[in-house]
Design a protein around this ligand. Structure first.
Ligand SMILES: Cc1ncc(COP(=O)(O)O)c(C=O)c1O
Length: 434
């Protein structure tokens, strides 16, 4: 482990244990900083992760993290599943496992996705340690230093963290209420990005959903320019109004005339799923859907990272999810979060000042507010924290800068009455700033 060297004090450690005259190492000549790889230089710690620490202060009303509500965690079911896995399957659960993942879980996910229109086989599925690892593995497999990745603007900050580690540069296309503005896409595709990263459902952070028409347009254009699509969909099942829209991976299969049950998927989309928002993020179970040859290469990337995702966690997730529980549980979560979204929309109407606008998410965990020009959401955050309410300033989600007057508000974590109080406080802070 790398010893922590405090900035302010000389550390009393020597580099060569036993070397009697070894010089004490101080911050001034720490041997670490000039040895970090080039890719580490562009990296900073995520504003989001730093903010998540605030949630630990029980006095703060936090709209900052993307946290599921702890009240909806299926604790009893997970406890029962964990007992069963240890009692009956310890030899498998506690042993090393296949990098691809626990086969019964991959088969279950294939059946589950088929209900949402995605027709693939277990050979197309790689279990990952959360969708976040999926993003990292995609970066590891595809991004050379300086490669351009095309994203929405704003986009998920965790993807930027994952791709920036491989020294990606970013090209962006703005979003509006119907998701990525596909009328701006062709121009960007012409510049030859390595791949297109997109969140069609209840976008993080925008809360917007890509319309059906734009989904087709996006797939057609990406296919015409030969640009692979990375579709990140951790929230797809958490819809509170409107009808389910087909994922890009399904549209792509239809576009190429290859959508058939039981047939391996061979198209141009890599799809990322997650159990974090539908069961519990602490399990760290996500998955990648990709053509078999891409799965094989991703498996090699994953072996260098962690050999495989925890077999124990995969088996517990499988035992909890099978037999229809996952579907029943998703229905329950939709109800709880739908009420919280409504509570936030209603509080915004009442307490945010005129001139502020916000999105109306049909699902997911976030909405996106835009304050009048001239506001700086980062400065507002400092004031808001004095009132014990937190949010994420929108600029964190802009890969190339911008979005100073925007903010992301999470509505899944707090109860409706707490949401109302938090938006009241935030409204007061904004009104003072006008
Ligand atoms: C858009 C998006 N992708 C990926 C992730 C990572 O999810 P997981 O917990 O599955 O790693 C998140 C988490 O909030 C997310 O919002």
């Amino acid at each position: 482990m790398i010893p922590a060297i405090a900035d302010s004090q000389p550390a009393e450690l020597t580099l060569r244990p036993g070397a009697a005259a070894a010089r004490p190492v101080t911050t001034a000549d720490t041997p670490w900083s000039d040895r970090y790889a080039l890719r580490a230089r562009g990296m900073t710690s995520s504003v989001l992760r730093e903010l998540l620490k605030l949630v630990e202060d029980p006095g703060i009303i936090s709209f900052a993290g993307g946290l599921p509500a702890p009240e909806v965690f299926p604790g009893a079911e997970i406890e029962a599943a964990a007992r069963l896995v240890v009692a009956e399957h310890a030899a498998t659960a506690l042993q090393y496992g296949a990098t691809e993942g626990y086969l019964p879980l991959r088969e279950l996910l294939v059946r589950h996705m088929a209900r949402y229109g995605i027709e693939v086989t277990p050979a197309n599925v790689l279990i990952t340690s959360g969708a976040q690892q999926g993003l990292d593995l995609v970066g590891k497999l595809f991004i050379n230093s300086g490669d351009r990745v095309l994203t929405e603007e704003p986009t998920y900050v965790g993807a930027l963290q994952a791709f920036t580690a491989y020294q990606a540069r970013y090209m962006t296309v703005p979003i509006d209420e119907e998701g990525m503005c596909t009328d701006r896409l062709e121009e960007a595709l012409r510049a030859g990005p390595k791949f297109l990263y997109v969140l069609p459902n209840f976008q993080n952070p925008g809360g917007v959903t890509l319309s059906l028409e734009r989904r087709w347009r996006l797939v057609e254009l990406a296919s015409r320019y030969g640009t692979p699509i990375v579709e990140d969909d951790p929230y797809g099942q958490l819809r509170y109004e409107g009808r389910h829209l087909p994922p890009l991976v399904q549209i792509d299969a239809e576009h190429h005339g290859s959508a058939r049950r039981g047939r391996p998927y061979r198209g141009g989309v890599i799809y990322l799923g997650s159990l974090s928002k539908t069961l519990a993020p602490g399990l760290r179970i996500g998955w990648i859907v990709a053509p078999e040859e891409v799965v094989a290469r991703l498996v090699q990337m994953k072996q260098g990272s962690d050999l495989h995702t925890s077999t124990f966690a995969q088996m517990v997730a499988y035992e909890v999810a099978r037999g229809g529980f996952l579907d029943r549980h998703v229905r329950h979560i939709r109800k709880v979060y739908g009420e919280r979204r409504n509570a936030m929309l209603s509080a915004l109407e009442r307490f945010f000042p005129p001139g502020a606008r916000w999105t109306h998410p049909e699902g997911g965990l976030f909405l996106w507010a835009t304050l009048p020009e001239g506001f700086d959401a980062a400065e507002l955050l400092a004031e808001a924290l004095k009132e014990k309410v937190a949010f994420v300033p929108g600029s964190a989600f802009y890969p190339n800068g911008g979005g100073r007057n925007t903010m992301r508000l999470n509505f899944s974590y707090s109860r409706p009455e707490v949401i109302e109080e938090g938006i009241l406080r935030l409204g007061r802070v904004i009104a003072r700033g006008t």
